[in-house]
Design a protein around this ligand. Structure first.
Ligand code: AMP
Ligand code: ZN
Length: 114
């Protein structure tokens, strides 16, 4: 999608620090980390957010969730623990309208989810 920063990252038009990639998914370090380990996981194909989850093929959906667990393993945070978050819409503070999951860990996280 034109003018989408995460589409531009997926195409390599904007640099990112890649952590993981497969056919459907790209994972890269958040530019403004909220935890010692903070990785953003996106589908390569544009959908605006979780509200468009049904617009993804089952294999893309699976690849996204699988990537969260693979990234957690590669970041070494499976034992200490981590959180997976997807902000959807204005009340949740979604700032980039391209579906993404945050994987957060590497230290004690806030207990406040809202
Ligand atoms: P959200 O606020 O849930 O929509 O999350 C968007 C996230 O994307 C924020 O945590 C930003 O710091 C992150 N972000 C925005 N631009 C970039 C970029 N160019 N590279 C890496 N992360 C980015
Ligand atoms: Zn996009």
């Amino acid at each position: 999608m034109a003018d989408c920063i995460f589409c531009a990252i997926a195409k390599g038009e904007i640099p990112s620090t890649k952590v993981y990639e497969d056919q459907h998914v790209l994972a890269f370090r958040d530019i403004n980390p909220m935890a010692p380990k903070h990785v953003v996981i996106i589908p390569k194909r544009h959908v605006s957010g979780l509200n468009e989850w049904e617009g993804l093929a089952a294999e893309e959906q699976l690849a996204l969730l699988r990537a969260c667990t693979v990234v957690a393993k590669e970041e070494g945070i499976t034992e200490s623990g981590y959180r997976v978050v997807s902000n959807c819409g204005p009340d949740a503070g979604q700032t980039v309208p391209h579906l993404h999951f945050h994987v957060l860990g590497g230290g004690k996280l806030s207990v406040n989810l809202a």
